[in-house]
Design a protein. Structure first.
Length: 379
C-alpha cells in the first residue's frame, strides 16, 4: 500500500555526487508513503545541475522562476519535501538536531566521521532521539583497511568488487572490463539501503524499542550479487571470466542480432532447449537437424563448452536474421520459450503494457509542466 510507511519521517542528508544512493533510498521509502525531507546544502544539491554532456537543452525549466534542473534530480526527488541547511555551520547543525527529535530515520553519505566531528553523528543524535534509525551510505565502509577516504566515489566500488571485471567481452574477443550503462553502484546501494532501513524500523517497533546505526556500502552490495562466482573461486582459485552476451553455464542464454535489432533467448534446460529448435525447425528444418544430430548437444552439461556455444548461436542467429524482434518473440512464445526483444527506451515508454500498469506515466507538475516518470514498483 502506498501509505505503508505513512507515519515515518525521513531526513535525507545527501552529499555531492554520492547523493544518488541516498536519493534512491529516500525515493523508495517515499513511494511507500514515508514523509521524506531532503536536506540540501545552500544553493541546492549539485545533482540539480547534472545533465547529459552538460547541455542545458537536456534540463527541465522551472516555469515559476526559470531555474534549470537536471533529470536525475527531478526523477529521484518526487514525493519529497526539500529544505536547505548549511551543516558546516553551527546554526545549521542546531536546526538539524531539532528536526531529528521528530524523525524516525536519518540517511547520510558524508565522508567517514564528518557528522561525528560536527557533533551530529549517531552517537550524539541517538541521545537526542533514542528511536532514531541512523543510516550511512558509502563505497567501502567506515572501518577496515580499505575504509572510505577522500576520493572514494562512484564508480570505484563496482571496480573494486570484481563487478566490472565480469562485465564485457572476453579478452580473446578483443574485449575489456566495462562499467554498467546505468549507475548500478548507487542504484543498487540505494535499493538495499531502503531494505535495511525498513528492517531496522520493524526491529525497533517490534523488538527493541530503540533505534540503531545501519551501514550499507556500494562495494559490498555489488559483491553480494555475484552468483556462483564465489563458489567458482573457492573451488580452484580461478576467477569467473567475462563472456559477453553469452552465459558460461547455460546454452542458449544470450542476446544476439535479428532483422531489426537484438533478441534475448533463454534455453536453460532441456524442455526449453528442444522447443527453441522446434521453433527454428518450422522455418529452417536443416538448422534443427544440424543441432539435434550433434551428440555433444544432447545433454545440458555437455553443451556449455565454448565450441558447442558457438555452433548453437551461429545456427540460432542464422534463423533470427530473417525475422524482426516481434516476429521472433511471437514464434518462440508459441512454444513457451523464454524470449524477448531488446527494447530502446522510447519503445518502453510507448509500450501499452507498462502504461496500463502505471510504470510509465506523464505527471503534471507545478513547476516543470508535464514530466515523464517511471512509476512505483510497489503497486
Amino acid at each position: 500500500k502506498p501509505e505503508a510507511l505513512g507515519k515515518i519521517r525521513v531526513l535525507e542528508c545527501g552529499h555531492g555526487g554520492l547523493q544518488v544512493n541516498s536519493m534512491q533510498a529516500g525515493g523508495y521509502l517515499g513511494e511507500l508513503g514515508a514523509n521524506v525531507i531532503m536536506v540540501e546544502p545552500p544553493g541546492g544539491s549539485p545533482l540539480r545541475k547534472l545533465t547529459a554532456f552538460g547541455r542545458k537543452r537536456y534540463m527541465f525549466k522551472d516555469n515559476v522562476n526559470g531555474d534549470l534542473c537536471g533529470g536525475t534530480f527531478l526523477h529521484e526527488c518526487r514525493n519529497k519535501q526539500s529544505i536547505t541547511l548549511d551543516l558546516t555551520k553551527e546554526e545549521g547543525r542546531e536546526i538539524l538536531k531539532k528536526l531529528v527529535v521528530h524523525a524516525d530515520v536519518l540517511i547520510e553519505n558524508y565522508p567517514v566521521g564528518q557528522f561525528d566531528a560536527w557533533g551530529i553523528g549517531y552517537r550524539q543524535l541517538s541521545k537526542i532521539n533514542p528511536r532514531l534509525i541512523y543510516v550511512w551510505n558509502g563505497q567501502k565502509g567506515q572501518w577496515g583497511q580499505l575504509k572510505d577516504k577522500p576520493g572514494e566515489l562512484y564508480p570505484s566500488s563496482p571496480c573494486s568488487s570484481g563487478w566490472c571485471h565480469a562485465t564485457g567481452l572476453p579478452k580473446a574477443f578483443g574485449g575489456t572490463p566495462i562499467r554498467s550503462g546505468e549507475r548500478s553502484d548507487d542504484i543498487l546501494a540505494g535499493n538495499l539501503t531502503a531494505h535495511a532501513t525498513i528492517a531496522a524500523l520493524i526491529f525497533r517497533n517490534n523488538v527493541s524499542g530503540k533505534g540503531q546505526f545501519v551501514e550499507v556500502t556500494s562495494s559490498e552490495a555489488h559483491a553480494r550479487i555475484h552468483d556462483y562466482a564465489w563458489g567458482w573461486y573457492g573451488m580452484d582459485g580461478s576467477s569467473k571470466p567475462r563472456y559477453g552476451n553469452w552465459d558460461l553455464a547455460i546454452n542458449i542464454y544470450s542476446v544476439n542480432p535479428c532483422k531489426d535489432g537484438y533478441m534475448m533467448v533463454g534455453g536453460g534446460h532441456d524442455r526449453l532447449w528442444y522447443r527453441i529448435w522446434k521453433t527454428v525447425g518450422k522455418d529452417r528444418p536443416e538448422l534443427e537437424d544440424m543441432i539435434l544430430d550433434e551428440p555433444t548437444l544432447r545433454v545440458v552439461i555437455d553443451r556449455v563448452g565454448h565450441d558447442q556455444q558457438v555452433k548453437t548461436i551461429v545456427c540460432l542467429t542464422d534463423w533470427m536474421k530473417d525475422w524482426t524482434r516481434e516476429e521472433c518473440r511471437a514464434k518462440l512464445l508459441e512454444e513457451e520459450v523464454a524470449a524477448g526483444g531488446v527494447s530502446f527506451l522510447d519503445e518502453v515508454a510507448e509500450e501499452p503494457h507498462y502504461k496500463y500498469r502505471g510504470m510509465v506515466r506523464a505527471i503534471e507538475t507545478a513547476h516543470y509542466g508535464k514530466v515523464l516518470f517511471c512509476g512505483s514498483v510497489f503497486y
